[in-house]
Every structure is written in structure tokens, then in C-alpha cells.
Design a protein around this ligand. Structure first.
Ligand code: NDP
Length: 327
């Protein structure tokens, strides 16, 4: 038997989430059985735990879009009992039972070995949000980061915190956009040199181009803020568009693309091929200072998840929640 957070849907279509004891034969099919050590809370998890079930495709369901743990048994020659592994993406926690459990059974293709230099807890302090932040930074590097500060929006959140720490550690000047002025000291401790108030970028302007300010941008917010930022990018600079915490619409014009050669780069962490995942995790182990990662961690257990799920949807979570599923 093992413990898991199970989301159920009743006959009226109402969902509820509670910790339950389950037997292993309830787990979905997969080649690898993993004893999960840690999982995390991402924005998508908030949707899946919350009312209506968000992105959940089947009930009852165990959410948790990422986890790190130890292989218990494997029918795939790439993995052996005792191997340390990490999983992000592949609709785990949405269509396939995920990491909010002490056990998970998954396809071998979805796993990557834990990189040297990271333990399971640190890997989940990074989690999907941090993995995505690394992909966003790598995409900016591929297209060339211009002189001037790199802007990070939604900076006190999961993606934003990790992106700030990585960029600062790589030697870039980081301007962190936050709607929570009380997080300024935290953002500076991660390496931000400039704090930009969210309201400054939420004010709409009719001007499609403004002064050139940013050498690159990791954007976790989307919506009006992204539209505004596009008009402030330096000539030829790139924006890695990661999220939509501030809205899915994009009320922008084509002018920044036509007159400033701005690149808008879409970042998808879900379907990343194996080699890219290994490359990104190796970069995380190398380029993310572990003391800064520690400063982002908010510890939690399975029973804390319903409340944390509500909190992340309201933009109230700071940094990264690390869920000790055995705690
Ligand atoms: P968090 O909730 O941890 O962070 C989001 C941050 O955005 C908040 O902390 C807040 O930062 C800011 N924010 C929230 N609401 C608004 C608003 N209405 N207007 C402006 N800013 C707002 O979430 P994550 O960092 O985990 O994820 C961020 C986004 O990235 C989500 O949309 C998520 O779905 C997406 N994502 C996408 C992935 C991909 O593969 N493309 C993978 C992982 C996440 P502050 O308080 O500092 O202003």
C-alpha cells in the first residue's frame, strides 16, 4: 500500500482531493516502477487539484506533473532498481497518474537519470518550473542575448525565481518584474539588480514601440504585459514566452517584429525529446547555484496540497514548493 493525493469527481461533476491509501495494482501501466521521493507544485497542478479538475483527463486521478525518486523495478534495460530518476512533462499528472504519491509507474521514455550534482530534493526544487526556466534561457542564448538587462516577468514565482538565479549566475544583469514589492529582497538575493513594479508594465500604451530597454526576456505572464514588453525589446532581442499567469490573450501589433526584428520564442517543456531534457538538466546542475535554490524552497507534504494548489492559482506562492511525499 502507498499514500497518494487522489482527485475524484462525483455524479454532479464536483471534484474533491484527499490523501488516500492505495494498492500498487491501481497504478497505471508503464515499464518502470518508481519509489517517489519528492514532487512539487506548479501552476498546472493548481488547476488539476482545484475545482473542476482543470487539465485532468481521467478519474480518479493522482496529480503531480513532476517527481524525482528511485527506480524500484524496471522492464526496460535502460533502468535498473536503485537508479535515481526525474520526470517532467508527458501529460503525467494530467492523463497519467503523477507524482503526488509514494509510488508511480510510468513509461521509461518519460524519465531521465538524475544529473550528477543534484539530489532528488534539489531536482524537485527545480521541478518543471525550473526546468522550463532553463529551456527559456537556452532559447535566448541560441538566438543571442543583447547588451542591457534581461527582463524576467512573474519573477517571484517558480519559473521567474529560477530564471533570475540562472541568468544572474551567468553574469547577466537581471530586471525582475513583480507585483509583490515585499519580495524585492528575495529577488535581489537571487541576483536581480533591478526590481520593476508590475503596474509599470500593466499600464497599456497606444505606442507599439517604446525606448529599447531589454537585451532579452523570460516571460511567465503573457497577456498585456508581454504585449507591452515586446515594444521595449532591444533591436534583434528575443523573448522566451513561457506562461500565461496574466492572461492568454496577446493584444500586440506586428511592429516590434517588423521594425526591431524582435523574436518571440515559444517554450514547451512537456514534449521535450530525451536529449534536450538531459542537456537542460546538466545545465541546471552546472549553472544554478544551490544556495540560491535553497532560498527558493517552501517545504510541504501531501496533505498541504489542496491549499497550495489554490494559492498558486492566485499568484501567492513564492519560489518553489517541494513536496516530501513521505513526510
Ligand atoms: P507561479 O504561480 O509560481 O508564478 C507566476 C507568477 O506570475 C506569480 O508568482 C506572479 O509573480 C505573476 N503573476 C500572477 N498573476 C499575474 C497577473 N495577473 N498579472 C501579472 N503577473 C502575474 O507559476 P509558475 O512560475 O510555476 O508558472 C508560470 C507560468 O508558466 C504559468 O502560466 C505556467 O502554466 C507556465 N508554465 C509553462 C511551462 C511550459 O512548458 N511552457 C512549464 C511550467 C510553467 P509576481 O508576484 O512576482 O508578480
Amino acid at each position: 500500500m502507498f499514500k497518494a493525493l487522489v482527485v475524484e469527481k462525483n455524479e454532479e461533476g464536483k471534484t474533491s482531493a484527499a490523501v488516500q491509501e492505495l494498492s500498487e495494482d491501481r497504478l497505471p501501466e508503464g515499464e518502470v516502477m518508481v519509489a517517489v521521493d519528492y514532487s512539487t507544485v506548479n501552476y498546472k497542478d493548481g488547476l488539476c487539484i482545484g475545482p473542476g479538475g482543470g487539465l485532468v483527463r481521467n478519474y480518479p486521478h493522482v496529480p503531480g506533473i513532476d517527481f524525482a525518486g528511485t527506480v524500484e523495478a524496471s522492464d526496460d534495460p535502460r533502468y535498473n532498481a536503485g537508479d535515481k530518476v526525474v520526470l517532467t512533462g508527458w501529460r503525467v499528472g494530467e492523463a497519467h497518474w503523477g507524482g503526488y504519491a509514494q509510488k508511480a509507474r510510468v513509461k521509461a521514455d518519460w524519465l531521465v537519470p538524475l544529473p550528477d550534482g543534484l539530489d532528488a530534493r534539489q531536482a524537485m526544487a527545480v521541478g518543471t518550473a525550473g526546468f522550463t526556466a532553463m529551456l527559456a534561457v537556452m532559447a535566448l542564448e541560441d538566438h543571442g542575448i543583447k547588451d542591457g538587462p534581461v527582463l524576467v516577468t512573474g519573477a517571484a514565482g517558480g519559473v521567474g525565481s529560477v530564471a533570475t538565479a540562472i541568468l544572474a549566475n551567468l553574469g547577466y544583469e537581471v530586471a525582475a518584474v513583480t507585483g509583490r514589492p515585499e519580495t524585492a529582497d528575495y529577488m535581489k538575493s537571487l541576483g536581480a539588480t533591478q526590481i520593476v513594479a508590475r503596474e509599470e508594465l500593466n499600464e497599456t500604451t497606444k505606442r507599439p514601440l517604446e525606448a529599447e530597454m531589454w537585451g532579452g526576456c523570460v516571460d511567465a505572464v503573457g497577456g498585456e504585459m508581454l504585449a507591452r514588453v515586446l515594444g521595449q525589446m532591444k533591436y534583434g532581442a528575443s523573448v522566451s514566452a513561457v506562461g500565461l499567469a496574466g492572461g492568454a490573450g496577446l493584444p500586440a501589433t506586428v511592429i516590434p517584429f517588423l521594425l526591431r526584428g524582435v523574436n518571440l520564442l515559444g517554450i514547451d517543456s512537456v514534449m521535450q525529446p530525451y536529449d534536450n531534457r538531459v542537456r537542460a538538466w546538466a545545465r541546471i546542475a552546472k549553472d544554478l547555484p544551490m544556495d540560491k535554490l535553497e532560498a527558493m524552497i517552501q517545504p510541504a507534504t501531501l496533505s498541504d496540497l489542496p491549499e497550495l494548489g489554490r494559492g498558486i492559482l492566485k499568484g501567492q506562492v513564492k519560489g518553489r514548493v517541494v513536496v516530501d511525499v513521505n513526510g
